[in-house]
Design a binder for this molecule. Sequence first.
Ligand code: FMN
Length: 229
Amino acid sequence: MNLVMRHLIASRLITDLDGRSGRPLPEWDDELLLGADTGTATVALSDPTPPVHSLADVLRQRRAQRFYSSTPIQTGDLHAVCAAAAKDRSIGVLVAVRNVEGVTPGLHLYRDDTGSLTCLKEVPVDSREREGWFLQLEFTASPAVIVISGSIGAASLSGGSHGYRRLLVNGGAAAYRSWLTACRRGLVGSMFAGLLQPALREAIGVDGWDTAGLIGFSLGYPPDLPESD
Ligand SMILES: Cc1cc2nc3c(=O)[nH]c(=O)nc-3n(C[C@H](O)[C@H](O)[C@H](O)COP(=O)(O)O)c2cc1C
């Protein structure tokens, strides 16, 4: 069985498991993070870029990468990656921006309805605060990190422990969609568990219950090759 078939069967299994539990999970609500004391600067992203590599090639060649080029991420590429993550309505998408074309470094909320990023907090590129968000410094140094988010509270209250498990499965699937979407556009990245929730709470009020980071996905273009003699 080829790789694409295996991928499709795995996706189908997840959908079937999800369908058996009856009602859908509650939708993620952007408003929970858009309090009066957060910034409101919004940047419209360019239209999502189309893929340049086939899914079959990407499934064969993907490898997790934690180090990246210094080239800023183009907003059309970032848009495609964020939209892939947000396809599931139970999932919210935060973006820790370090080096994205035309976007202020800081923590942003991706708005799927308008294809834009709303700045929740500006944070300078080289700051101690930034180092507190992730367990590994290489993720702090990456051009962008997608923080796949969800409401553990809403999922648990609506579906109990099964609702909680479904939210985690949805988060993992969203991270995987982001990774494949990024790779198909010539980006590389790595998903990771090391989000430091207390720092995100302090920065933008992600409280670990109504809003929680589920898994991270760091991304950028492949590292520049050293010049040969
Ligand atoms: C749920 C999950 C959490 C992970 N967390 C981390 C992490 O915190 N830090 C890390 O360096 N790699 C983490 N990884 C591992 C990388 O994403 C990747 O799977 C691993 O480096 C294998 O790389 P490969 O694709 O080249 O085989 C995690 C993977 C998964 C699936």
